[in-house]
Write a protein that binds this ligand. Structure first.
Ligand code: HEC
Length: 128
């Protein structure tokens, strides 16, 4: 009992740490897996039929199209803004998705694709 009181006193006396910029970035990193999971779910719903299960451009519908869906696995984050607008407005046989998914969710799809290896479409091995 005494120990509990003592330790809670100690806990209360622990100085509060200031939130630094670095902490904020760290927290964002913790949020990313959720965003990526959502991106994967949207992709499995809307995109794989043409772009392939692992983003390799080999979906079952790909052969019926007038132009070939490019592989998207291993997407570089440098391309996000351009690719987000393609998802929003469509391109060639690819429909526009602006009414179904907003820019943020479109980006989540691209973030999931960027976690895949561009040559195999398999999830990249963690670099850390
Ligand atoms: C009906 C088949 C089809 C569906 C469904 C589809 N796409 Fe596409 N997509 C294409 C085709 C075909 C192209 C190539 C268009 C062209 O260049 O003429 C393309 C191009 C793209 C590009 C541009 C790639 C580049 O390098 O220029 C992106 C990004 C993309 N699609 C993402 C998506 C996402 C995300 C979804 C799901 C929300 C999706 N697509 C659903 C067929 C499809």
């Amino acid at each position: 009992m005494l120990l509990i009181i003592l330790s809670s006193l100690l806990w209360a006396n622990e100085p509060k740490k200031k939130t630094t910029r670095r902490d904020v970035y760290k927290n964002r990193d913790h949020m990313r897996p959720k965003a990526i999971k959502k991106g994967e779910m949207l992709y499995r719903d809307l995109c794989w039929q043409c772009h392939g299960k692992q983003g390799m451009g080999d979906g079952p519908l790909s052969k019926a199209l007038t132009s070939v869906p490019p592989p998207l696995a291993g997407m570089s984050s440098k391309k996000y803004s351009k690719m987000i607008s393609i998802v929003q407005v469509g391109k060639g046989p690819m429909p526009a998705y602006a009414e179904l998914i907003d820019k943020h969710d479109s980006k989540k799809i691209l973030q999931w694709l960027s976690t895949l290896d561009s040559t195999t479409g398999e999830p990249k091995k963690a670099s850390k």
